[in-house]
Design a protein around this ligand. Structure first.
Ligand SMILES: Cc1cc2nc3c(=O)[nH]c(=O)nc-3n(C[C@H](O)[C@H](O)[C@H](O)COP(=O)(O)OP(=O)(O)OC[C@H]3O[C@@H](n4cnc5c(N)ncnc54)[C@H](O)[C@@H]3O)c2cc1C
Length: 402
């Protein structure tokens, strides 16, 4: 039986060594999962995760916890499905309760063109064994009777792509589950240790600089979320990532009324209800580039109005908490992970607004790459070279809010 949330949440205090086989920069989901699978799948245990703040302080502890595999390209559907399948057994694998719940995820169509596009998504998903069907308006209403089918009288709902296993999971449990399981296998997780520079010798990355000194490593993996270009600048590598803020909010707790996740690309929002009863509303990225995590009133006001168009009962709720994270956006809205032109330096980035659901497969594939020096097939289309080769994996329409 998986342990309770509160169990084993302390990490052993360890002294920083002067050398590790692998250093992972960033204690978010991707960094911790990479370290865990290095130890578990490949027996590489002399690994340190260096986190400048506390683990989960980045996007992994700020996201809206949606898990789904309803993507559009063959490459990404397979990738996210593999992650989804790993999430299904994650509690048992890590011996940690992750509070995963499959709810059914509705992607609204508000026009004939959108209905055709969601029909196409459903068919494409079915080809790759992902459970998505197209529902007409009456069927949508049956699956989610709380919806105002006229959407505030402005954008009547025509139908929806219904991804049956889509759902949510507890994000901090994912962080702590990976951290404690990795730690049990001998991985060192160091919090409060920023990487301030990289050590380069003859064009090869051989370690990192920290306020406590230089630490050498056989390989260095950057998994720093929206801060990635700060790290790539340190090794002189240019990558096509732009960082944008992304905001969300929850209302006060309300009686359990919504057991689906509902997204509307027309309204640029998605809504779910947390286990605590809070109505959670997420949206698209802020339109400006920034490392700022300041929340704005404009976001709260405009997003709340659109959420009320979908669910009129939300008009009587009060906003309880609002927050912001930053997102490492790629031009094609697909992740960017794999080796780099710099020997010994690997990237796990481009997780944008979609990377939480990819943590298990991202970590597993990166671990295989670093341990074997071979690019796993499942991430081969997602490497840095795709931009130079004009082989983008276009997934903007799968963000759910475009
Ligand atoms: C509001 C919001 C909602 C979202 N909703 C979803 C969703 O529903 N589903 C989904 O799949 N995705 C979602 N995302 C995206 C998802 O959260 C991210 O893509 C994912 O968490 C990225 O994980 P990561 O491990 O790469 O980065 P992070 O979790 O950001 O971790 C990076 C870590 O690196 C550390 N770091 C940075 N610089 C340094 C340094 N120099 N030295 C040491 N450490 C450093 C940071 O402190 C941070 O802890 C959302 C994001 C936000 C902000």
């Amino acid at each position: 039986m998986p342990g309770l949330l509160s169990r084993d949440v302390h990490l052993p205090e360890r002294t920083l060594a002067s050398h590790y086989d692998v250093i992972v920069i960033g204690g978010g989901g991707h960094g911790l999962a990479t370290a865990y699978y290095l130890a578990k799948d490949h027996g590489v245990r002399n690994v340190a995760v260096l986190e400048r703040s506390y683990i989960g302080s980045g996007g992994t502890g700020r996201n809206t916890t949606v898990l789904r595999a309803n993507y559009k390209t063959p490459e990404t559907i397979k990738f996210y499905k593999a992650s989804f399948d790993l999430y299904r057994t994650l509690s048992a694998e890590l011996d940690y309760h992750t509070l995963r719940s499959e709810r059914g995820l509705l992607w609204m169509a508000h026009s004939e063109a959108q209905a055709n596009s969601q029909r196409e998504r459903a068919l494409q998903n079915q080809v790759y064994d992902v459970d998505t069907v197209y529902l007409n308006a009456a069927e949508v209403h049956e699956v989610c009777p709380q919806l105002d089918m006229s959407c505030g009288g402005r954008r009547p709902i025509w139908g929806a792509a219904y991804h049956l296993p889509g759902g949510i999971i507890r994000h901090d449990a994912v962080v702590w589950g990976y951290a404690t399981a990795a730690s049990r296998l001998g991985v060192q997780v160091h919090q409060g240790v920023p990487v301030t520079g990289m050590v380069m010798e003859k064009g090869r990355c051989t370690g990192v600089r920290t306020p406590s000194g230089v630490i050498s490593a056989g390989a260095v993996v950057s998994a720093v979320g929206g801060y990635v270009t700060q790290i790539t600048d340190m090794v002189g590598l240019k990558i096509p990532i732009i960082t944008h803020p992304l905001q969300a909010f929850v209302t006060q707790s309300y009686q359990p009324v919504l057991d689906r996740v509902v997204a509307s690309a027309d309204l640029h929002i998605y809504v779910s209800q947390s286990a605590r009863g809070e109505m959670l509303v997420g949206a698209e990225i802020d339109p400006y580039t920034s490392y700022s995590t300041r929340s704005t009133f404009t976001f709260a006001a405009s997003t709340a109005a659109r959420a009320i168009d979908l669910f009129p009962f939300m008009a009587k709720l009060r906003l309880l908490r609002q927050w912001t994270g930053i997102c490492d956006m790629t031009p094609d809205y697909s992740p960017l992970l794999g080796p780099t032109p710099i020997d010994g330096f690997y990237l796990s980035t481009g997780w944008g607004t979609w990377g939480f659901k990819a943590i298990p497969i991202g970590g597993k594939a990166m671990a295989e790459l670093v341990a074997t020096k071979r690019v796993p097939e499942i991430i081969a289309p997602l490497g840095l070279d795709r931009f130079a080769l004009d082989r983008c994996v276009s997934e903007r329409a799968s963000a759910g809010t475009h």
